[in-house]
Ligand binder design. Structure first.
Ligand code: FES
Length: 323
């Protein structure tokens, strides 16, 4: 069984130094005048790297651009191989295979004011959102934290987008402020009523943000994770029925549903294997998943009709999946 995903090939048109440890990659159609599939601010693409890894990266360019996708890649010392490969092996002119854009971090464009909070490389989806808000003439503020000024990407274009609007661009460099963190409760409390909040950054920042925003209506609070909060559910001991063929698969202890499917020779879609990208989502026809992902909202998890098979398990003895 092979699930279908639209894959396409793109050429690495250029690679730019954006900040210490951060490169941007401009990916263009392989044939001149060919247009890439449209995307919206907050989207990401999966890169199917020649070394076999699949990694998700946010698109940071203006969604009006159809001739290119641009991603930013941090050379993470804790890299599991994706960012290291991008930094050390990919060169201009290379052809890469990518999936079409998906969006788990959708920008609500019709609100009075938008507050965006970025930590480090978490700026990438928010930079795309700011270009969109600017094009629409919407009110926005960015709070951007980074270790030091030299590690902060896209400062010059962000300054340009902020123009002379007071308070639009707020920079916080740990090494310049004695390690002080952004005052997230104050940022949220001082925002006008009806503000939508978007946060992308490391886990401690996202945790602090979700705590500070806990009294806000959930539909106004948006987060995008780059890393899992907890491990996958590998407790096993349940059966998965693949509804399209009727096949029954026992998931043993120590394996995820995805692991078991791959071992049996199936080829389900997946990317991050951490519950943060949404690529492995499948429909649940029967049974109750034990959700461990950071993609579905609390309400979507309660609805019980889809799950991420790379990390989520089963609360009962059996799941019937639409695959
Ligand atoms: S592979 Fe990314 S959420 Fe499952």
């Amino acid at each position: 069984m092979q699930q279908t995903e639209s894959l396409l090939q793109v050429r690495v048109q250029s690679i730019r130094y954006e900040a210490e440890g951060i490169l941007s990659f401009e990916l263009c159609p392989t044939a001149p005048l060919y247009e890439l599939p449209a995307f919206t601010a907050g989207s990401h693409i999966d890169l199917h790297l020649p070394n076999g890894l699949i990694r998700s990266y946010s698109l940071l360019n203006d969604q009006e651009e159809v001739h290119r996708y641009v991603i930013g890649v941090n050379n993470d010392p804790a890299s599991r191989g994706g960012s290291r490969y991008m930094h050390h092996s990919v060169r201009p002119g290379d052809i890469l295979t990518i999936g079409t854009p998906r969006n788990n971090f959708v920008l609500d464009e019709d609100v009075g004011h938008t507050v965006l909070i970025a930590g480090g490389i978490g700026i990438t989806p928010l930079y795309g959102m700011i270009q969109r808000l600017d094009r629409l003439g919407r009110s926005w503020q960015l709070f951007y934290a980074s270790r030091a000024r030299k590690n902060a990407a896209f400062l010059a274009p962000l300054h340009k987008l902020a123009g002379d609007h007071p308070g639009r661009l707020n920079l916080n460099f740990d090494q310049e402020t004695g390690g002080a963190l952004l005052d997230l409760p104050a940022i949220i409390e001082s925002a006008p009523t009806g503000t939508h909040f978007y946060c992308c950054g490391p886990l401690p920042m996202l945790d602090a943000f979700e705590t500070a925003a806990r009294h806000q209506p959930p539909e106004r609070v948006h987060v995008e994770y780059f890393a899992a909060r907890e491990g996958a559910d590998t407790s096993g001991g349940f059966t998965v029925e693949l509804a399209q063929s009727g096949t029954q698969l026992f998931i043993p202890q120590g394996k995820t549903i995805l692991d078991a499917l791959l071992e049996e020779g199936y080829q389900p879609l997946y990317s991050c294997q951490e519950g943060i990208c949404g690529t492995c989502e499948v429909k649940v026809l029967e049974g109750e998943p034990d959700h461990r992902d950071l993609v579905l909202s609390a309400q979507q998890k309660k609805n019980n009709n889809c799950m991420m098979i790379c990390c989520s398990g089963c609360k009962g003895e059996k799941l019937v999946l639409d695959m």
